[in-house]
Design a protein. Structure first.
Length: 299
């Protein structure tokens, strides 16, 4: 292309292009044949100019001249620069985060509705919700309402029970009611704030409990227990209230107590698994006929 434009790599590309473009522009020729030849030549000149004026493409072209044996690699570099779409990386990241946030939000709502549907089917929660509805006059004890069919009355009662369960029952952990602050976009926006708050919390912790040697409050005790257990806040919140009370009664915020408690739990789990394995082996053994039966009758 350098020879095509009558140039050296140090020459003025734009000046050479204008000179040749003026000479070979189709409008400069009158005859049809000359105009056609000029059109083809002009396209070649324009193509050479487009390649040589672009730093990246010109570098690839010069590399091709110096390394003619890397034939297929030249094609890859060409299509990478000319065919592949040039998309702003920031836009790709923004779209990706948005998609993840939408999936995350609707997934959380799906989990919440699944948990709510389960509670609505569970008799224990249905009975409690029905009692609350009757005490508040939301459900008629006689089940008679003018102008409404049994199906309509049943639908209203179901909606009332569901609403009471949603308002009164504490759904925690990974199935709790979604919040906008839980999605990735909002979390990224709030990240500097959370980092600053963590630094403040950490300095306060070191000052109060490492330097001043203050006694732990209930919040700090639960934090240490959760930390030792390796649970997230949502996972720890899903624990039953009586389990939390047991953790506090056993003083599991003390490392030695927790280590002993964990050891006992692991032994209990191993014992249960062993019993379960032995029981399964026994079941398989009996299905195969056991040890055989003794017969006192004739053969």
């Amino acid at each position: 292309m350098w020879l095509f434009l009558s140039l050296t790599p140090q020459g003025d590309i734009t000046k050479a292009y204008r000179k040749l473009a003026k000479k070979w522009h189709p409008d400069m020729h009158k005859k049809a044949k000359a105009k056609e030849e000029a059109s083809q030549m002009f396209l070649k000149i324009a193509n050479a100019y487009e390649i040589l004026k672009d730093e990246e493409q010109r570098s690839d072209y010069d590399y091709m001249l110096d390394n003619p044996d890397e034939y297929y690699a030249h094609y890859y570099r060409y299509y990478r620069t000319r065919v592949a779409p040039k998309v702003d990386v920031r836009l790709v990241i923004a779209v990706t985060i948005t998609v993840i946030s939408v999936i995350q939000y609707y997934g959380a709502w799906s989990n919440y509705n699944s948990a709510l549907n389960y509670l609505c089917r569970d008799q224990k929660y249905r009975i409690r919700a029905t009692e609350i509805a009757k005490s508040e006059g939301l459900i008629s004890n006689t089940r008679k309402r003018k102008g409404k069919t049994k199906e309509e009355i049943k639908e209203e009662e179901e909606a009332t029970i569901r609403k009471i369960i949603e308002e009164k029952m504490d759904i925690r952990g990974g199935y709790q009611k979604p919040k906008a602050t839980d999605v990735l976009w909002v979390q990224l926006v709030l990240l500097p704030y959370h980092i600053a708050m963590y630094i403040v919390w950490w300095v306060r912790w070191v000052w109060r409990f490492n330097i001043k040697k203050e006694e732990y409050g209930e919040e700090e005790k639960l934090y240490l227990i959760r930390k030792y257990m390796g649970l997230s806040q949502a996972q720890f919140d899903a624990q039953e209230d009586h389990e939390i009370e047991e953790f506090l009664e056993q003083e599991l915020w003390i490392k030695d107590n927790f280590t002993e408690w964990k050891k006992l739990k692991e032994e209990e789990m191993k014992s249960k698994l062993a019993e379960s394995a032995r029981y399964k082996m026994y079941r398989r053994y009996m299905k195969k006929g056991g040890a055989g039966q003794i017969s006192f009758g004739p053969d």
